[in-house]
Write a protein that binds this ligand. Structure first.
Ligand code: TYM
Length: 332
């Protein structure tokens, strides 16, 4: 079976609805057809300001949400990035084939440093996409299922793979971006032209998977909508309603066209009430299952250790190949 790999940062106390719909829901589905590797990129989480005393728990909570959302540890290697040292080791080698200008063109770095300036940013944040390329290339996957915002990073991983292969000989598989048709970009509920993100301006724009369901329902009901009354998908003219339709469609499995038909002649409020219910029905069981898993952290840690073992068996072989290709003296 072709291989897939992806990860989500443990940088908040909960994943948000964008992570869930843009990534996790797909990962779960893809487990049927692919050999899957999903991991928690904790090395990435320390590239920005954070509190070390939260990180380990956030890593567990993220892992619990993966499993509660449907990741099956019998079929998927589920692991923590820092448990597999080959990620950092390969990243160094890839740093040395990445152009400084090339890294400087990453739009996410530019966005993140726009307000504070690059002096306040770390070299780690700058090199972040190279580490992400290492995460991917170590496993020689066919593809990487991500949301739209990761497309440019994936393009860098492809370029680095090609460049390395060209310079040192065939080593890496050039990975495909696997981006869903719907749900690849969920927008902020209060600012439906900005992507939903943990750094949302107002908490009302962001639904966290571990939000109290009542609160989540309230956020849907108070989502910004658009002029007019018609419930119709139109990203330009109706960004608010379009976002709600996308969320509804990805959660319920109904197509947007089907929803437009169902809500013909109805008011925005009807759509919101129904969607709020769908959101609550989705979150409640995920939260209950995540809590069960978190009640037994030792078991979670054991299962992550198993995942890391499986990941290392592949990562170490790739890294040995890379070290030999770049000409390092073998350790005696
Ligand atoms: P991260 O942790 O920011 O996001 C995790 C996944 O969620 C998707 N996503 C969204 N999808 C739809 N709408 C949104 N509003 C939204 N916000 C986030 C992201 O596209 C992503 O798929 N650099 C990565 C983590 C990473 C990684 C990797 C991913 C590190 N190494 C290797 C794949 C392969 C990141 O920060 O994603």
């Amino acid at each position: 079976r072709p291989r897939l790999l992806s990860g989500m940062q443990p940088s908040a106390d909960s994943l948000h609805l964008g992570n869930y719909l843009g990534a996790l829901v797909n990962w779960v589905r893809l487990q049927d057809e692919y050999e899957t590797f999903f991991f928690i990129p904790d090395l990435h989480a320390i590239t920005v300001d954070y509190d070390p005393k939260d990180l380990a728990q956030r890593t567990r909570v993220t892992c619990a949400q993966y499993i509660a959302g449907g990741i099956d540890i019998e079929r998927t290697a589920l692991f923590v990035q820092s448990h597999v040292p080959e990620h950092a080791e390969l990243a160094w080698v890839l740093n040395c084939v990445t152009g400084f200008g090339e890294a400087s063109r990453m739009t996410q770095f530019k966005d993140k440093t726009q307000k504070s300036g690059t002096d306040a940013a770390t070299v780690g944040l700058f090199a972040y996409p190279v580490l992400m390329a290492a995460d991917i290339l170590l496993y020689r996957p066919y593809g990487v299922p991500v949301g739209e915002d990761q497309r440019q990073h994936l393009e860098l991983a492809r370029n680095l793979a090609q460049r390395f292969n060209h310079r040192f000989g065939e080593t890496f598989v050039v990975p495909e971006a696997v981006i869903p048709k719907e749900g690849a970009k969920i927008y902020d509920l209060q600012h439906p032209t900005a992507k939903m993100s943990k750094s949302a301006e107002s908490p009302a724009g962001l639904i966290n998977i571990l939000d109290n369901p009542k609160q989540a329902a309230k956020k849907i009901k108070s989502a910004v909508t658009d002029d007019g009354t018609e419930i119709r998908f139109d990203r330009e003219a109706k960004p608010g309603i379009s976002n709600l339709l996308t969320i509804y469609s990805t959660l319920s499995g109904k197509s947007i066209a089907q929803l437009e038909q169902e809500y013909q002649g109805k008011m925005y409020g009807h759509l919101k009430v129904d969607l709020a219910e769908v959101v609550v029905e989705t979150l409640a069981p995920v939260q209950a299952r995540a809590q069960e898993l978190l009640d037994d952290p030792a078991e979670l840690d054991r299962l992550l250790a198993r995942g890391a073992q499986k990941a290392r068996s592949i990562a170490s072989a790739t890294l040995a190949d890379v070290y030999s290709k770049v000409g390092f003296l073998p350790a005696g």
